[in-house]
Unconditional design. Structure first.
Length: 373
């Protein structure tokens, strides 16, 4: 293993000369033994965002870009106040499960002697956090109406305020020797939530046989230095692999010299990317993008097309579809890049709405449904 001085020289060659914060972060990574691949460059040059990772030599598929020891991951278990969070665990339970991690971040972010100071002073740059939770109500309603984002952001803010006042604030008051209500305010709490939304990772949950479940998530988000510098695209060329004691960012295909290295935040539509991370991919690059069509639109259009004598029958049909769980008041039909994703619901809805009265009555009887049910 190379000594610290050699690592420092190697990492210094990969940093913008005028960016002292980035240089400090990379030297911290060397001290923490991140083992950054010498074929990549970390900085602003060639990055689609504030920072990024770019290959200055060709990378092969399966090549490790860097390794992060789990002790360097910022979590409720590694923070300096881990013992306090563990002791107060029962009083910090919430639906999100995020309160302990948010408190850990609030403490470490405001602690000038934090082990993660070089990381936290680099990421996040709060001026770069642009999730809709920071927009005005007028901006959200004007620009994001019917996208699902206004409702999601409103729900986020409501839950945030409740968790802060009922859980986080009592903990802050109880431990006033390390927390301050003025410093560790709701505004900082909100910023830490945005930080977690935009930068955190979730370790895959293992099943009873010890096999990883890619769809599962741990109860708490984890902050992984270096990994969160990589930007996202749907057609990513790298992903994070979890081992027992460390995490590795590994290429998923060959990466050409000069090409930016991209991780993936998941198979997310643009409205989800905007809600969680504050950006969206230009069409048609996001192969997972979707459009939500409110189910109520289909019903309203069907009523407009129906004659006055048919409206009552149409309402019966819609009530039947609701009872069968095919449609709902606030539900949506979802269209993806390759077609309708909720094709079964769309097919069943059109089938029932287009039935004659005789056909519909027979269908009702067949499904065991009647007005008396």
């Amino acid at each position: 293993m190379a000594g610290p001085s050699k690592k420092k020289i190697r990492l210094s060659n990969a940093v913008d000369e005028d960016d002292e914060r980035l240089d400090s972060f990379l030297q911290w990574c060397a001290k923490e033994d991140f083992q950054l691949n010498p074929k990549v460059y970390v900085g602003r040059q060639g990055s689609c965002a504030q920072y990024g990772m770019v290959a200055h030599e060709e990378l092969e598929e399966g090549e490790c870009l860097f390794k992060v020891d789990k002790t360097a991951v910022l979590s409720t278990e590694t923070t300096e106040i881990a013992h306090l969070l563990k002791k107060g665990e029962a009083s910090l339970q919430s639906d999100s499960g995020w309160v302990p991690q948010i408190l850990a971040l609030m403490y470490e972010y405001t602690n000038p002697k934090s082990r993660w100071r070089p990381y936290l002073q680099l990421v996040p740059d709060f001026s770069e956090l642009d999730q809709p939770m920071f927009w005005t109500e007028d901006e959200i309603e004007k620009d994001l109406c019917n996208t699902g984002v206004p409702e999601a952001s409103k729900s986020d803010l409501t839950k945030m305020k409740l968790e802060y006042t009922s859980l986080a604030l009592p903990f802050i008051k109880k431990h006033s020797h390390i927390f301050s209500e003025e410093v560790h305010s709701f505004e900082l709490y909100k910023r830490m939530v945005a930080f977690i939304m935009a930068y955190s990772f979730f370790e895959p949950v293992s099943d009873e046989d010890g096999q990883g479940d890619e769809g599962g998530k741990s109860s708490l988000p984890l902050m992984v230095p270096m990994a969160d510098i990589l930007n996202h695209i749907a057609k990513n060329n790298a992903h994070l692999e979890w081992d027992k004691d460390c995490l590795r960012m590994v290429t998923t295909r060959q990466v050409a010299a000069g090409e930016e290295v991209f991780n993936t935040f998941g198979q997310l539509a643009n409205w989800q990317l905007l809600h969680m991370y504050g950006f969206a991919e230009v069409w048609p690059e996001n192969i997972y993008d979707t459009v939500d069509i409110p189910m109520q639109v289909l019903f309203d259009e069907a009523k407009l097309a129906a004659g006055p004598a048919d409206v009552q029958l149409l309402e019966e049909k819609w009530l039947f579809l609701e009872d069968q769980g095919v449609v709902s008041e606030n539900g949506s039909f979802i269209a993806g890049m390759e077609g309708i994703l909720t094709d079964e619901e769309v097919y069943e809805s059109f089938k029932v709405l287009c039935m004659t009265e005789v056909e519909f009555r027979e269908h009702q009887e067949k499904e065991g449904w009647s007005d008396s049910d």
